[in-house]
Ligand binder design. Structure first.
Ligand code: NAD
Ligand code: DAU
Length: 369
């Protein structure tokens, strides 16, 4: 196996390999949230082998982990979770104590144009992992954990009032959220049917460094830098609950280590924003950071056709994870947004690399520009 910089990275030589250190597989570790989770685990748990399992789709980028990929407890395995045999082989070789599953197709707009990709990775890929864990852990489930990372979108849309909780019925509205809901159900079913030790969390919208610029916040930051239009869907009065990605990583750490077997935890930022207000806040902040006259960036705001099946409002009541595990967000939105913008301004090479090639084809198909 070859590391991010092309140097060999130790991989287990045979099917009987068993690390003396505890081993955790993290799928989707080269993506946005996954890379923050991998970094946190590599740095905080030096006595645990952390295996980043990623197919490196357009959204996966090993540059995200350049600062930790030489750590002694880090491994990378390029595996596509749609490939059942490859997944089984991987799990057999590493015999992991835990699997933290983030790999997914994650963008709602892409799910509208290509739903099957979401069925294949999010549903079948998840079931492949469940089957492999079940086989590898057969008769020895004690101390094992399959942790499935999900989204608040499985609950559908809220009206003006109320919050999603662990008891909210599922009501997904997009192919993306339907595929995530389906995968959640499979994870629960493997717990009920086969006794697989599982835990699930459903989180609200994340933002922060390394976010691929197809999602609202990084797309707006990128377009402001480039002086391009800022495409706001519909009337812009859709509401999301934003959480800094490093706070999501700390919540995942808490749930992985201390969450109760078979339980679900809702994770959110207690931080609701209408899209149009958020875009104005970004514009004001970036006017100041870029030394542009006040109101300059806001002139780029352009209302465009709405997303079909657009969910009006998401908001999480994260009381359970706070009460049971003591978790709460550590960063205010103003701090998190400012750090995020600064990261994009000082990582223009990263931005340039991910906005070339295939990304540009997607961008012109989505926005016609
Ligand atoms: P992302 O799109 O940035 O990263 C996904 C990663 O999965 C990429 O590294 C990609 O290469 C990998 N991947 C995709 N298909 C794969 C396959 N077939 N086999 C192996 N690897 C594959 O996604 P993200 O925003 O970091 O989201 C990670 C997880 O968190 C997803 O499960 C998503 O549903 C969930 N989630 C995301 C958010 C959010 O706001 N971004 C909020 C709640 C939950
Ligand atoms: O709620 C959690 C979910 O948050 C995650 O499960 C998804 O993986 C993640 O992509 C995100 O989904 P959203 O659809 O909420 O995120 P997105 O950034 O695509 O859009 C946020 C809001 O901004 C939404 O109301 C649509 C709107 N929007 C988005 C884009 C890309 C625009 O107005 N213009 C845009 O160009």
């Amino acid at each position: 196996m070859v590391g991010a910089d092309g140097t060999p990275n130790f991989a287990p030589p045979n099917p009987h390999y068993r690390s003396l250190m505890p081993t955790v597989l993290i799928t989707g570790g080269a993506g946005f949230i996954g890379s923050h989770v991998v970094r946190r685990f590599v740095q905080r748990y030096p006595e645990t082998t952390i295996v980043n399992v990623d197919a490196l789709t357009y959204a996966g980028n090993l540059e995200n982990l350049a600062d930790v990929d030489q750590a002694a407890n880090y491994r990378f395995e390029r595996v596509d979770i749609r490939d059942a045999a490859a997944v089984q082989d991987l799990v057999d070789r590493y015999q992991p104590d835990g699997i933290i599953h983030l790999a997914a197709e994650s963008h709602v707009d892409r799910s509208i144009t290509d739903p099957m990709a979401f069925v294949e990775t999010n549903v079948i890929g998840t079931v492949n992992l469940l089957n492999a864990a079940r086989t590898a852990w057969a008769g020895a489930m004690e101390g094992k954990r399959f942790y499935h990372i999900s989204t608040d979108e499985v609950f559908g849309a809220l009206g003006a009032e109320g919050f999603f909780t662990e008891e909210t019925p599922y009501s997904p509205n997009s192919p993306y959220s339907a595929s995530k809901a389906s995968s959640d159900h499979f994870v629960r079913a493997y717990h009920e049917t086969y006794g697989l030790p599982i835990v699930i969390s459903n989180c609200s919208n994340n933002y922060g460094p390394n976010h691929f610029p197809e999602k609202l916040i990084p797309l707006m930051i990128h377009n402001i830098i480039e002086g391009k239009p800022l495409p706001v869907y519909g009337d812009g009065k859709y509401t999301r609950d934003w959480l800094y990605v490093k706070d999501h990583a700390s919540a995942i750490d808490a749930v992985y280590h201390d969450g109760r077997n078979g339980e679900t935890y809702c994770i959110g930022g207690w931080n609701e924003w209408q899209n149009i207000d958020l875009v104005h806040l970004l514009c004001r902040t970036m006017d100041a950071k870029l030394g542009r006259p006040e109101g300059d960036c806001a002139q780029l705001i352009t209302f465009v056709k709405d997303r079909p099946g657009h969910d009006k409002r998401y908001a999480i009541d994260a009381t359970k994870i706070h009460r049971e595990l003591g978790w709460k967000p550590s960063v205010t939105f103003e701090q998190g947004l400012s750090e995020t913008i600064d990261w994009y301004l000082s990582n223009k090479t990263w931005l340039r690399n991910v906005t070339s090639g295939a990304y540009l084809d997607y961008y012109s198909a989505q926005y016609g520009a």
